[in-house]
Structure formats: structure tokens, C-alpha cells
Ligand binder design. Structure first.
Ligand SMILES: *[C@@H]1O[C@H](CO)[C@@H](O)[C@H](O)[C@H]1NC(C)=O
Ligand SMILES: *[C@@H]1O[C@H](CO)[C@@H](O)[C@H](O)[C@H]1NC(C)=O
Ligand SMILES: *[C@@H]1O[C@H](CO)[C@@H](O)[C@H](O)[C@H]1NC(C)=O
Ligand SMILES: *[C@@H]1O[C@H](CO)[C@@H](O)[C@H](O)[C@H]1NC(C)=O
Ligand SMILES: *[C@@H]1O[C@H](CO)[C@@H](O)[C@H](O)[C@H]1NC(C)=O
Ligand SMILES: *[C@@H]1O[C@H](CO)[C@@H](O)[C@H](O)[C@H]1NC(C)=O
Length: 538
């Protein structure tokens, strides 16, 4: 049984990763929510519970939400099917002391009530027709269109929010839920590992409950000020740097490993520009086993941008896709983000997991955005000076929020800081993270005197997308022994871009079995991070 260990390690949004990695489904709605943690077996080797929490902690009469919580039930490397189990490996001999617990934030996936703006899957599929976001640079009416869609969706969300839950999905309430979960386990203070949006959650918790911090690690750190002001421009600081690693890595790897090879990085960059210009003029139709559609300017750009999140695994396929596209074959590139065509299953119900929550959380957290179309055009053009990729995420995020209507008075808007937390935070940043640059982590760190920033010398989003025994050694030391890396520490990674196989490199040949297990666990955490990555601002 998983209860009763002497440590609790909490992390966010795991159930979707479980779903991705487990062949089994679990009917969450048949599990009755309870004010105490009541566990049942789920996903073969896991334990699941639904914890009842108040929507509004300042007025418990408003109603309740049920938070989906899950934890690995077994132990040891043979149960590596999720981030939680991977952490058991990383914690090593100490893992038997920990309950490693993941949860879905309120409104998200298996936590109820869910944020859903549509009444059926078919309705949502029609709204998302084409499914991938359009580049704001695809045409001169892209921004007016995106603005119009954001206003329509914002109005629809507000109108259909009959039970008035959307305004309670804010990060401050999720932080309160984390304290509640911790207390229900019988602990006074939180131990937490959060990536990406989870960094906002961890930092907000530390700001609201500075005396409840046992250990907090935030990795792939967003700038809290940027988050709460609905202005993510700073997050694009290193995006172009991540793209440069594609050009450099490809030139260094050679034509056998990189299908889009040219002898220099500059020549590869030119080759990509020529291809992009050509696709802008003439899109390429693609029919693949996974789905069909057009490889047009937006899809090409989005595929490149998405590849920057976890380039150690994405770059070889991206290079093959680009090379095939040059030859008029769009199928390889299309397959990277392809989604199966929507099929009606005659059901009038919505099926889980659905996810309309990112826009509700991101926009509902921030100050109200009242920009006109002209202001949004200027905002996008200004942000484009920071990176050539703000046509997604930065620009689309701001536009989505310009149509949002549901805000709660008195929600937490920052400053995300605390003069003294009961234990200092550990922050982790990569040197070329496409969406959470080191400068954002430095800004977050400034709010927490005494916290330490560990740098990992790699491109990609969060440390987990590149395996580093060094980084995970420090994570372990911090969690288990409360020991920090020396300020200024930079970890290198145990991988090379365009490496033929993740388990077959000269570097790894010298590793022992424990280290190999550890690298496998890190890779698994990377896979989980990938599968749960929210797509803000679509
Ligand atoms: C775990 O315990 C084993 C056996 O006691 C020991 O050999 C090993 O070094 C320990 N590993 C760590 C990471 O402490
Ligand atoms: C839009 O795309 C064109 C050509 O692809 C490029 O020259 C221009 O800089 C882009 N605009 C922005 C704002 O990124
Ligand atoms: C957004 O943030 C950037 C800096 O990251 C700043 O230059 C810009 O003025 C901000 N825009 C708005 C609308 O606040
Ligand atoms: C949907 O309805 C059609 C026609 O009644 C039927 O042939 C089909 O099997 C149904 N599909 C599902 C998934 O129930
Ligand atoms: C910070 O808090 C810790 C634990 O609550 C306490 O021991 C320490 O003295 C405080 N430091 C400062 C500078 O207030
Ligand atoms: C590693 O790669 C080399 C060269 O690509 C190959 O000859 C060898 O069989 C591979 N080893 C393993 C264990 O896959």
C-alpha cells in the first residue's frame, strides 16, 4: 500500500501521461469523490483517488471540485510506466520512503468538473477544423481572424459556464489544492517537482505559503510576471537559439545522420528559408496512415517550432521530413504532428479526456487584456524582434486572452515572491529552451532570496528532454538530503544531437547498470513531459 511513507513528493498533471502509457483505461467517474484519500487500484500498477476540495476556499458553500490523484503502487524499475515511477529510480535507495503522487489541476482532464466549452466531441472538432493553429504570419488577415475566433470562444465559454466554475480554475486555487492534498497525506509542508506551467504553480505556492515549503523544484521556469500580465514575449528569448542548434547539429552530424545536411549551419538555414518560401507559394497535400491534410506555411512552421521542445528526439525526423518535402513528398513531415481524422461515434456526450482548460487557466490567471486588433498587430510585430517564432504561443496567447471574459475578483496576480521560504527553492533552466529561457528563470529566482538556479547546458524545453546524470544527481541530492548545487553550476548532458540511437553512444558505453537505469528513467520523464505539454494559445 502506498500510504504511510515518511515523505510525499507531489507533481502536477500525471493522469494523461498514464493514459498515454497504459493500455488500460480507468473510469474515474465511477470513483466517488471523498474528503479523505480513498485509494483504488488503477492502470494496472497504480493507485487512484478523487479528493473533494472547495471551489472557493474563502466560501466553502460555493460547491466542490474533485481532484484526480494518482500514485505508483509498486516499486522498482520494472514498473516504469510513468513519471512517478521514474522518480522512484531517481530517488534510488530512498524511494521507498516516498509517496510519489501526481494530480490533475482542477478543471483539467480527470479532475471534475472539467472545463469544457463544447457540448459534443463533434462540435469541438468542427470548431478546431484543421486542428493546428494558424501562423499569425500566414496572411494579412490571420490576426483579425484569430482575434475574432478568440472573442467568439471567450463569449461562448462565458455563456456556457452555467455552473460558474471557470473563475475558480486559477493557479492560486490549485496551489491551495496542493496544500490540501499534502495535509490529507498527513504532512505539514509540500515537496514538489513542477515543469513548465508547473513552475508557475510551484512559485505561486511558495509565494502564498512560504512557511509550507519542504522542497520545491521548478524546471522549465516561466517568468511569473510575464505569466500574470498575459505577455509571454520574454519566453521567446532563446527560441531562435534552439533553432540554431538544429543547423549546427545537422552540419556536425553529416549527411548520414541528418537528411537535411549542408556543410555549414548557414547553408542549412538558407536551405530551410528557400523551402519555407516555396511552401508559402505552393502547399503540398499529404495522405498518411495517421491522417491527411496540407503541408502549408503554418503547418511547416508549427512543426519546426514544436520540434524545438525536445530536439534530441525530434531532430532526425524533422530533417527527414524537410528533405522529403523538398522533393514534393509531404507525408514524412505531416506525420510528425498528424492527428487522426475525427470520426463521429454516434455519441452525444463528450468523451474524456478533453481539454479546454489551458486557455481558461492562462487567461483567467492574468490581468484582463483589452487590446484592439491594431494593438495586437503591433504587439506581435514587437515580439517578433525577440524571435522569429512568436507567430505561435507568444502572439496567439495574447490574442486568445483578448477575448476572455471570465475573471475572479481578488485572484492572485503576483508579485510571485517571498522574503523567506521555510526551505529555499531549486530552479532549473536550460541554456537554449525555446519557451522557458534562462532569463525567465532568473526573473523567477529574484522573487525568492536564497533559492538556487541550476543550469543545464542543452537546448529543449525542461531539463528532462535531454538526459543528464549531472542534473538528476543534483535533483536527488536536493530532494533527499536538502543539498544545493553551488550557485552557477552548469550540467552537461549525456547525449548528442542527431545521435543514431539513444542507447548506443560512446558516452553511454562507459556507464554502469545503475546509470543506465537512471538515464532510462530520465528519458521516461522526458516522454511524460512531452505527452502532457499543454498547447497554450491555440
Ligand atoms: C543503494 O544501496 C546499495 C546497497 O546498499 C549501495 O550499494 C548503493 O551505493 C546505494 N545507492 C545509492 C545511490 O545510494
Ligand atoms: C513573416 O514571414 C516573412 C517571410 O516568410 C518574413 O520575412 C517576415 O519577417 C515574417 N514576419 C514576422 C513578423 O516574423
Ligand atoms: C511585453 O514584454 C516585453 C518584454 O519582454 C516588453 O518589451 C513589452 O513592452 C511588453 N508588452 C506589453 C503589451 O506589455
Ligand atoms: C454509428 O451508427 C451507425 C449507423 O447506425 C452504425 O453503423 C455504426 O456502427 C455506429 N458507430 C458506433 C461507433 O457506434
Ligand atoms: C527564514 O526562515 C527560516 C525557517 O522558517 C528561519 O530559520 C530563518 O531564520 C529565516 N531567515 C530569515 C533571514 O528570516
Ligand atoms: C551501435 O552502433 C554501431 C554503429 O552504428 C553498430 O555497429 C552497433 O551494432 C550498435 N550497437 C548496438 C548495441 O546497438
Amino acid at each position: 500500500m502506498i500510504l504511510g511513507r515518511s515523505q510525499l513528493l507531489l507533481s502536477v498533471v500525471l493522469s494523461s501521461a498514464l493514459v498515454v502509457q497504459s493500455a488500460e483505461t480507468f473510469l474515474w467517474d465511477q470513483l466517488t469523490p471523498s474528503e479523505d484519500l480513498q485509494w483504488v487500484q488503477c492502470y494496472s500498477t497504480f493507485q487512484c483517488a478523487r479528493l473533494e476540495v472547495p471551489f472557493d476556499y474563502s466560501n466553502e458553500n460555493v460547491g466542490t471540485a474533485a481532484i484526480a490523484i494518482e500514485a505508483p503502487g509498486g516499486s522498482g524499475v520494472d514498473t516504469i510506466v510513468s513519471m512517478g515511477a521514474s522518480f522512484q529510480v531517481i530517488l534510488g535507495n530512498e524511494s521507498s520512503l516516498y509517496d510519489i503522487v501526481g494530480f490533475d489541476p482542477r478543471g483539467v482532464r480527470y479532475s471534475t468538473p472539467i472545463a469544457s466549452f463544447f457540448e459534443t466531441d463533434a462540435e469541438r472538432a468542427l470548431w478546431n477544423a484543421g486542428s493546428l493553429p494558424t501562423s499569425l504570419n500566414a496572411s494579412s488577415n490571420a490576426i483579425p481572424n484569430a482575434w475574432g475566433r478568440a472573442h467568439l470562444l471567450g463569449a461562448l465559454a462565458a455563456q456556457r459556464d452555467a455552473s460558474q466554475i471557470l473563475k475558480y480554475l486559477t493557479t492560486d486555487n490549485v496551489a491551495r489544492d496542493m496544500l490540501r492534498i499534502t495535509q490529507k497525506f498527513g504532512f505539514d509542508k509540500l515537496q514538489y517537482y513542477g515543469v513548465s506551467y508547473g513552475s508557475i504553480l510551484g512559485a505561486t505556492f511558495a509565494a502564498l505559503f512560504p512557511d509550507k515549503v519542504e522542497r520545491i523544484i521548478i524546471d522549465g521556469v516561466l517568468d511569473p510576471e510575464a505569466w500574470f500580465s498575459a505577455n509571454l514575449t520574454i519566453e521567446a528569448t532563446d527560441t531562435d537559439k534552439a533553432l540554431l542548434t538544429f543547423f549546427d547539429g545537422c552540419a556536425a552530424a553529416g549527411p548520414d545522420l541528418c537528411a537535411f545536411y549542408r556543410p555549414t549551419a548557414a547553408a542549412i538555414a538558407e536551405r530551410l528559408t528557400a523551402l519555407t518560401d516555396s511552401i508559402r507559394m505552393q502547399p503540398v497535400p499529404a495522405i498518411t496512415p495517421a491522417g491527411y491534410g496540407l503541408v502549408d506555411y503554418s503547418l511547416l512552421r508549427m512543426t519546426i517550432f514544436e520540434s524545438l521542445y525536445d530536439l534530441y528526439s525530434a531532430f532526425p525526423a524533422l530533417a527527414r521530413g524537410l528533405a522529403a518535402l523538398e522533393n514534393g513528398d509531404g507525408t514524412v513531415l505531416y506525420s510528425i504532428l498528424a492527428q487522426a481524422p475525427f470520426q463521429c461515434d454516434n455519441s452525444s456526450e463528450i468523451s474524456l479526456p478533453i481539454d479546454d482548460s489551458p486557455v481558461a487557466i492562462q487567461c483567467g490567471d492574468a490581468v484582463e487584456v483589452t487590446d484592439s486588433i491594431q494593438q495586437l498587430v503591433e504587439y506581435y510585430e514587437n515580439s517578433a524582434k525577440t524571435s522569429q517564432f512568436t507567430e505561435f504561443l507568444v502572439g496567439t496567447g495574447r490574442i486568445s486572452c483578448s477575448g476572455w471574459q471570465v475573471y475572479r475578483e481578488g485572484r492572485f496576480l503576483g508579485p510571485v515572491s517571498a522574503a523567506n521560504t521555510s526551505f529555499p527553492l531549486l530552479l532549473i533552466a536550460n541554456t537554449a529552451d525555446p519557451v522557458t529561457p534562462k532569463i525567465a528563470a532568473l526573473k523567477a529566482q529574484a522573487g525568492f532570496p536564497g533559492s538556487v538556479l541550476l543550469t543545464q547546458d542543452s537546448p529543449g524545453h525542461t531539463s528532462a528532454t535531454a538526459p543528464s546524470l549531472c542534473t538528476y544527481g543534483y535533483i536527488r541530492e536536493y530532494l533527499v538530503n536538502g543539498v544545493f548545487p553551488t550557485p552557477g553550476t552548469i550540467c552537461s548532458v549525456d547525449a548528442t544531437l542527431f545521435e543514431p540511437s539513444a542507447t548506443n553512444s560512446t558516452k553511454r558505453a562507459v556507464l554502469n547498470a545503475d546509470e543506465m537505469d537512471l538515464l532510462a528513467a530520465i528519458k521516461d520523464i522526458g516522454d511524460s513531459v512531452r505527452s502532457i505539454r499543454p498547447r497554450f494559445g491555440n
